[in-house]
Design a protein around this ligand. Structure first.
Ligand code: AKB
Length: 330
């Protein structure tokens, strides 16, 4: 059942080494199920434990082990790590940028208190810990084109503030206690599993609406340029970084990306499949968030240090999404 694949930056397991036991928190969000599938191919179905506080669909639960885990319950997390002999923790639980602004106290609890718990847990049990960060950890004072790995970070959303907090706390625990903390700043991630509550989500919704109705009303201006990547590149970057030999890592937090585009450019590419696509624009509060974020993300350090390379271009992304979304809306 175990299959080991070679990849740039990713490290193969020696044949005689036991596979890691991996816990994914917040695994019913946009990335969780796909990440679990990816890792289960590498390390075996039983070694990847999905968790969340919501009930999984029958089909998600049928794919492999799934348990209840509340990231705000430290003792509960300890129990899971001990009983399941967890080695690696992938911490996906978070409220994204737009929804975080709707409920700041909840975002503080989930995104900040939750991170306190998983960092302390990872330290106690010597887990390798991955926490995603985001282009949203930058703000209006950051250079936007391009945005380098190390620069001013003064985000204006609670999501961004909580992610800067996670980056700094993780780096601190790494230097102070030797915690194997790893963090990638992702751009907008495009997948046919719909995201929830982000600012870059328009790019996913455009596919569903265009293929269903031939029309789309966009909540960002047509010229709003944001960094993006297809989920296949996102998951591969995570795995390659998580398994990169520590001596390759000059830092613990890296920018990664694949491309940047505007709603207008995405619509133009999509018109190859939906020629009469009509897009109208009605910017809302998410425009303000997007206007404070990077337009072009500089991930040259990830490329130089551990060999990050994206594979999916805008053309390939649109082709793949059309293939995956079309059967869902018919
Ligand atoms: C969001 O839009 O909030 C997320 C992100 C870029 O982190 N997709």
């Amino acid at each position: 059942q175990r299959r080991h694949r070679s990849s740039v930056g990713g490290q193969l397991l020696p044949a005689d080494e036991d596979p890691p036991k991996i816990l994914i928190t917040g695994s019913l969000g946009q990335l969780g199920l796909e990440m679990a599938r990816f890792l289960r191919q590498m390390y075996g179905q039983e070694n990847v434990l999905m968790s969340d506080i919501i009930k999984p669909t029958k089909s998600a639960a049928a794919e492999g082990p799934y348990i209840f885990a509340d990231i705000l319950d430290f003792k509960g997390l300890q129990e899971i790590v001990v009983s399941h002999r967890i080695d690696w923790l992938i911490h996906f639980s978070a409220l994204l940028s737009a929804v975080g602004e709707q409920n700041v106290p909840l975002a503080v609890r989930v995104n900040i208190e939750g991170v306190h718990n998983v960092i302390e847990l990872a330290k106690q049990y010597k887990l390798r810990l991955f926490v995603p960060s985001t282009i949203g950890s930058f703000g209006p004072d950051s250079p936007r084109n391009p945005t380098p790995n190390v620069t001013v970070q003064r985000p204006r959303t609670i999501y961004g503030v909580s992610k800067v907090h996670a980056e700094l706390l993780g780096e601190y625990y790494h230097h102070r206690f030797g915690l194997d903390f790893r963090c990638l700043r992702f751009p907008g991630v495009i997948s046919s599993d719909p995201p929830g509550g982000g600012t870059t989500d328009y790019a996913v919704f455009m596919f569903f609406e265009a293929l269903r109705t031939g029309k789309f009303e966009c909540y960002l201006r047509p010229d709003t340029r944001l960094p993006m990547m297809h989920i296949s590149d996102c998951l591969r970057s995570l795995w390659e970084f998580l398994t990169a030999p520590p001596e390759l890592l000059k830092r613990r937090v890296y920018n990664v990306t694949a491309m940047s585009f505007t709603p207008e450019e995405l619509a133009e590419e999509l018109r190859k499949y939906v020629p009469n696509l009509e897009v109208t624009y009605r910017p809302d509060s998410r425009q303000l968030i997007a206007d404070s974020w990077p337009q072009v993300f500089d991930d040259s350090e990830a490329r130089a240090d551990w060999g990050w390379q994206h594979k999916c271009s805008l053309q390939q992304l649109v082709e793949t999404m059309v293939k995956e979304v079309a059967p869902q809306v018919q």
